[in-house]
Write a protein that binds this ligand. Structure first.
Ligand code: FAD
Ligand code: NA7
Length: 539
């Protein structure tokens, strides 16, 4: 039963990934609201529904890449290795949906084309690609921050006779065995799909634009004893995770590399290399790798030394060695650099010799060198964070569009709200925390549902942030980011991967612990930064 007078639903939730599913659970199962969910995929899973490419794996460890809120689900958790494969995560999402009976609230295979706020009724009108329009008081979006795929355009693509695939929209029927495969992109995804494809393809050509710092992932089997111990300690584990910086389950280092001796640095980096884990290497070894040039150089030099040792052909090794900062999202992989010792793998350095065009048979570089291929895989990433928001026709008060509000780069209050968009709540919107994501998703969904419940209890019709509060939050995110080296590296974290996209701050980089404190303070202080019933307030 809808509580909101005149509305089809109390809330519409877009997305059936970690974010959307938890929002439907909170609002419907716990707060008794009438909720309608939509997802363009045919079932639950979000990221893990789409990214079915070979080698797709979490780089958050299995025991913390899950929800913390449900003790029964935690007890039931099962995994075989230190990290989760895509099929395991998708199974988990399905298990969650069954356990909480979430599917019945969703319309799948349904894309939301737009949503408009009607100031007279105080309701959102949500328009889908099936021609349906529904109204609701609240609009909660879990559109995903790595969800809108980025496919760069190349001359001649349509002439290519082979098959073109994107890792983020992977079809079911792909068999790469004995094929001549080309992979464009060497980010997190590229590293995974490259290591999985090399052993099965007839030949693999990697088109690398930027060399990357990749450390081992250390994906070892997990024995029952370790898993039982993790399960027994979940209260403590989640407490640590939610008060940490990156929420990956390890204690971040408090020791600076800047003042450590060369021997100490070697010892700590080598131990981390043996242990595995990208975020661990950057944040678990020393505390200043992401902030101090000296520390960053020390970590980068260590990884460069490893590449030189692993890769047998020194010319190939040099091409694989990055010469920029170690300040993109940290990468890790299974024996990544060993791939380039294989006879069936070619590295094409497309920074020095860019892709000129696709031909009928493959890819031709500017030098004229042609690579014959049966399949080309785009591992070229995503229009991250705001991509899905600006693709949708989202309109707030007075018809103001999100596209226009964010034309100089995405803004957002607390990573969850936006000025002129009343009763609109984003999960993983711009300027939210940069962490292992499920704990941040939970943090946000809990804040959103508590805020909605407070507004309902006090009979509020609409709620939205003030311009001052939004601008101050964005300013804080900028200041924090500027204390780090991340803005100096070109990556999706600052929107630098999309041609023409303005370089902007997209994350709150002070960690989940500080983030939780900041957003709790807003709630505990009675939401001074939110305007209630703006029409009345302004009158
Ligand atoms: P998503 O899972 O992206 O779900 C968004 C959903 O919204 C999608 O199903 C999409 O179809 C739907 N949607 C979007 N727009 C519309 C629309 N207009 N209409 C209808 N539906 C719409 N994070 C980590 O913390 N650790 C990891 O190890 C990790 N590994 C990753 C590996 C890969 C290959 C990728 C791509 C991402 C990884 N991530 C990782 C990030 C991951 O996206 C998040 O952890 C998490 O899954 C995000 O959940 P979400 O619900 O916010 O968004
Ligand atoms: P990323 O990290 O954005 O990586 C994309 C890769 O594709 C990267 O190597 C890019 O090179 C490359 N790229 C992009 N456009 C081109 C063109 N036009 N030509 C050649 N190469 C290109 O995306 P991922 O999917 O790997 O990872 C995104 C997140 O998803 C990741 O952090 C995980 O959280 C999961 P560049 O470095 O820009 O030179």
């Amino acid at each position: 039963i809808t509580k909101t007078t005149g509305a089809d639903y109390d809330a519409v939730v877009i997305g059936a990934g970690f974010g959307g599913l938890y929002a439907v659970h909170k609002l419907r199962n716990e707060q008794g609201m009438n909720v309608q969910g939509f997802d363009s995929a045919s079932d639950v899973g979000g990221t893990w529904w789409y990214n079915r490419y070979p080698g797709a794996l979490s780089d958050t460890e299995s025991y913390v890449y899950r929800y913390s809120f449900d003790k029964e689900l935690l007890k039931r958790g099962h995994w075989k290795t230190r990290y989760l494969t895509q099929p395991e995560i998708l199974d988990y999402m399905n298990e969650v949906a069954d356990h909480l009976d979430l599917r019945r609230s969703y319309k799948f295979n349904t894309k939301v084309d737009g949503a408009h706020y009607n100031e007279e009724t105080g309701l959102w009108s949500v328009v889908t690609d099936s021609g349906q329009t529904v109204t609701a008081k609240y609009l909660v979006t879990g559109l995903g921050l790595l969800s809108a795929t980025n496919t760069p355009s190349f001359k001649g693509v349509d002439d290519f006779k082979g098959r073109i695939l994107h890792t983020g929209a992977w079809p079911e029927d792909v068999d790469l065995s004995n094929k001549r495969v080309g992979i464009i992109g060497t980010g997190s995804t590229g590293v995974q799909v490259i290591t999985a494809t090399a052993p099965v393809a007839k030949h693999l050509t990697v088109f690398q634009r930027s060399a990357q710092y990749v450390v081992p992932i250390g994906n070892t089997p997990q024995d029952e004893a370790t898993i039982s111990e993790q399960k027994a300690n979940y209260d403590q584990i989640w407490d640590q995770v939610k008060n940490s910086a990156v929420a990956f389950g390890f204690e971040e280092s408090t020791i600076p590399a800047e003042t450590a001796t060369q021997e100490e640095r070697e010892r700590v980096f080598e131990a981390a290399w043996q242990r595995g884990g990208g975020f661990y290497f950057m944040f678990g070894t020393f505390c200043d790798i992401a902030t101090s040039q000296v520390a960053n150089d020390a970590a980068a030099d260590f990884i460069k030394g490893k590449i030189r040792k692993i890769v047998k052909d020194p010319q190939i090794a040099e091409k694989l060695i990055p010469n920029d900062l170690y300040a993109k999202r940290p990468l890790c992989g299974n024996d990544y650099f060993d791939v380039y010792n294989r006879d069936n793998v070619t590295l094409a350095d497309v920074k020095s010799d860019p892709i000129a065009e696709f031909t009928t048979n493959g890819i031709r570089l500017e030098s004229g060198e042609e690579h014959e291929l049966d399949v080309v895989i785009f591992a070229t990433g995503f229009d991250a964070v705001d991509g899905n928001y600006v693709k949708m026709d989202l309109r707030g008060r007075g018809g103001v569009t999100m596209r226009d509000t964010w034309k100089e780069g995405p803004l957002g209050y607390l990573g969850m709200m936006e000025v002129d968009f009343p009763n609109f709540f984003m999960i993983l919107g711009p300027n939210g925390p940069f962490t292992n994501l499920p704990p941040s998703i939970e943090t946000q969904v809990e804040w959103i549902s508590e805020t909605i419940s407070t507004m309902e209890e006090s009979g509020v019709k609409s709620v939205e942030p003030t311009v001052e509060a939004r601008d101050a939050w964005v300013g804080t995110c900028r200041e924090i980011a500027d204390m780090t080296l991340f803005p100096k590296a070109e990556s999706w974290i600052f929107g630098a991967n999309i041609p023409g996209k303005k370089n902007a701050v997209m994350f709150y980089m002070a960690g989940i612990g500080n983030y939780r404190t900041a957003i709790s303070a807003v709630k505990d202080d009675g939401y001074p930064s939110l305007i209630r019933d703006r029409e009345t307030a302004e009158a």
